[in-house]
Each structure stands twice: as structure tokens, then as C-alpha cells.
Design a protein around this ligand. Structure first.
Ligand code: NAP
Length: 333
């Protein structure tokens, strides 16, 4: 590839462990395959699944790079055979199955989206993982409709802040939970009608009262544990509960009677393993429905802190402290 170095700096996980196992290394620059674009990465988003991968709990799917990183933004530096959607030099952001913490990253062109006009490359790098996840889980699996009520747990997370903004912009009545007064204030500032500090109040009681005992139509949960039974208790008739993680465990003693009586749907999904074509369908839906809201300034990703690529370990330590609100992003020279 002309003008592209044979090797690049990328972050390696030298062994499963604490954040300091993330170290810069020289690796071969990837070659874009058929239908793929090679992106010269300007910024890469950090996500909780990267932390799990670093600890050895979330291996890359077959064929994906070992290098962590699920989302990038940058410029198109080379085109694989048959790739025609973008031209060299175009600014794109992309969902990748791995390899984002690097100077170059290749991705199928259908899993890349143009950088919305209103955003910097740093802001755009924080879009794909949470926007794809929220779209497919809340609006496809959960089928959230305007006027319905929506609760997201972990409201201050990258996922949570994204879910609050999109659901609010698309006309839902939005509620959230988070672990401190500051985080709750931030969630309410983004459009949550009430954010419950779960360390101080019972979200089931507060939200049954807030909805006149009707309950919540769609719940997006990453916590699991005792939230599994509490979500079922809180769900409205025909409610949908979508799990995208089980930070507090995936086993629980549950009374399933309300699932039948209230006609509930319990579902969930993981994004990384899904085929390119399914991710492309999500990308198309986002481009049609959500990108215009970003370009109109109605939704803007919340960037908590930016670190240079070589400081990926510090970025992970911050994420594990859970003191952040919104996204953590790495910048790449
Ligand atoms: N299934 C999928 O496709 C998919 C895709 C992307 C992400 N995810 C999952 O979605 C979750 C959010 O991801 P993210 O990147 O947005 O993460 P993040 O920004 O690090 O946020 C996680 C937040 O969850 C809250 N939390 C609640 N209980 C927790 C616990 N037991 N341990 C740690 N944090 C806890 C924390 O805030 P407070 O406790 O202070 O409120 C924390 O800030 C992660 O679990 C991730 O694995 C799933």
C-alpha cells in the first residue's frame, strides 16, 4: 500500500491482568480485505468490554485482531478490493470487532459511517460501540416507541448516556439509575426525567410511584444480580427487559409468575460476535434515524477524558474506578 508503513504502533495485552498489561508494541499494519477500508486512526473509544478482554474474559471472535478496541474514527487511508462507499481521505467512524487501539485499523465499509458534521474525530470515536448497542437493544429488541417509558441502569456509563440522549430525542419518557448524586445530576441534564441514586433509594418504589403504578415499558440493564427480579417487578404490562451485561452476576432466584401475568419479554444480546451484514443493517438505521439528530445538535456524545494511545493503561484504570461520566477516548498520532 503506497504511503502506508509496514508496521504500526498498537496496544498489546501482554498477559491477562491489571491495566499495566496494556503496552505499546510494533505490529504489522493490517491490509484491507475485500470490501474493507483501512482507517488511519485519529481516536479510539474505550469501552467496558475492552476491560473484560484485558482481564482474559472476552476473547476476540474468530478472525478479529487480538489488539483491543471496538470503535475508531479517522481518515480512509486505503481501499480493499471492491470497496467503493468511501474515497481516500474521507473522515469516518467505525464499529470494529477488535484492533481499535492502533494507528491503523481495517473494517468492512458497511460498518463505517461518515463523521457527523457537527463532531470532532475525538467525539466521533465515542459513537459506534454505544450507539450500535443502544440502537439494536433498545429500539430493535426492546421496540421502544415514542411516549413509552424507558429505564436505563448505569445511566452515567457510555451506554447509559447514549441511551438517555437517543430515547429522549425520539420521544420516550426516560428514567435512569446511577451510583452518585453527581452522576444522577448529569443523567437528568441529558434528558432523564428522574435519575435514582441506587445507593440511597429503591428504583422499583420510586418508578412505580412516578408512573402511577403502571411500571416501565422498556428496561435496558447491564447490572443483573438482584436487578433481574426487581426489573421484572417494575416492568409494565407487555414490558421488555433487555440485558447487555451482568456486572453483578447472571444468576438469581426469580419469581417468573409476573413474566406470564404481565406478558413480559426478557431478552438481550452481544454486539461484537454479530456478522458484518447485521452490523451494516444497524449502521444504516443509525444513519437514517440518529445521525440527523447529531448533525442538528440534539445529541452530542459526552466525552469524559482523553488519553494518548500510549496511556491506554491509565484510561482503563479510570474506567475501572467508575468515576467517569460518559466516554473515555484514546488519541492516536
Ligand atoms: N452486550 C453488548 O453488546 C454490550 C456492548 C457494549 C457494552 N456492553 C456492556 O454495557 C456496560 C456498560 O458499558 P460502558 O462501556 O458504557 O461502561 P462504563 O462507561 O464503564 O460504565 C459502567 C457503569 O456501570 C455502573 N455499574 C453498576 N454496577 C456496576 C458493577 N457491579 N461494576 C461496575 N460498574 C457498575 C457504574 O456506574 P455506577 O455504579 O456508579 O452507576 C459504571 O460507571 C458494560 O457492562 C459493558 O460490558 C454490552
Amino acid at each position: 500500500m503506497t504511503g502506508i508503513p509496514d508496521t504500526m504502533t498498537a496496544i498489546s495485552i501482554i498477559e491477562p491482568g491489571a491495566p499495566d498489561v496494556l503496552v505499546p508494541a510494533q505490529l504489522p499494519t493490517p491490509e484491507p480485505g475485500e470490501g474493507e477500508v483501512l482507517i488511519k486512526v485519529a481516536a479510539a473509544g474505550v469501552n467496558r468490554p475492552d476491560v473484560l478482554q484485558r482481564k482474559g474474559g472476552y476473547p476476540p471472535p474468530p478472525g478479529a485482531p487480538e489488539t483491543p478496541g471496538l470503535e475508531v474514527a479517522g481518515t480512509v487511508a486505503a481501499l480493499g478490493k471492491g470497496a467503493s462507499r468511501y474515497a481516500l481521505g474521507d473522515e469516518v467512524c467505525a464499529l470494529v470487532a477488535g484492533g481499535g487501539y492502533a494507528q491503523f485499523c481495517s473494517v468492512h465499509e458497511t460498518n463505517a459511517l461518515p463523521v457527523p458534521k457537527a463532531l470532532s474525530l475525538i467525539e466521533a470515536a465515542g459513537l459506534p460501540e454505544t450507539f450500535f448497542t443502544v440502537w439494536t437493544n433498545v429500539f430493535e429488541r426492546g421496540a421502544l416507541k415514542p411516549g413509552e417509558s424507558f429505564l436505563v441502569h448505569g445511566g452515567s456509563s457510555g451506554i447509559g448516556t447514549t441511551a438517555i440522549m437517543i430515547a429522549n430525542a425520539l420521544g420516550a419518557r426516560v428514567f435512569a439509575t446511577a451510583g452518585s448524586a453527581d452522576k444522577c445530576q448529569a443523567c437528568e441534564g441529558l434528558g432523564a426525567e428522574i435519575c435514582i441514586n441506587y445507593r440511597e433509594a429503591d428504583f422499583v418504589e420510586v418508578l412505580r410511584a412516578a408512573t402511577g403504578k403502571r411500571g416501565i415499558d422498556v428496561i435496558l440493564d447491564m447490572v443483573g444480580g438482584d436487578y433481574i427480579a426487581r426489573n421484572i417487578k417494575l416492568a409494565a404490562r407487555d414490558g421488555r427487559i433487555v440485558n447487555i451485561a451482568y456486572l453483578n452476576g447472571s444468576r438469581a432466584e426469580v419469581d417468573f409468575l409476573p413474566v406470564m401475568l404481565k406478558r413480559l419479554t426478557l431478552t438481550g444480546s452481544t454486539l461484537r460476535i454479530r456478522p458484518v451484514a447485521e452490523k451494516a443493517a444497524i449502521a444504516n438505521a443509525l444513519q437514517t434515524t440518529v445521525w440527523p439528530l447529531i448533525e442538528a445538535g440534539k445529541i452530542k456524545p459526552i466525552i469524559h477524558q482523553v488519553f494518548p494511545l500510549a496511556k491506554a493503561a491509565a484510561a482503563h484504570a479510570l474506567m475501572e474506578s467508575s468515576s467517569h461520566i460518559g466516554k473515555i477516548v484514546l488519541t492516536v498520532d
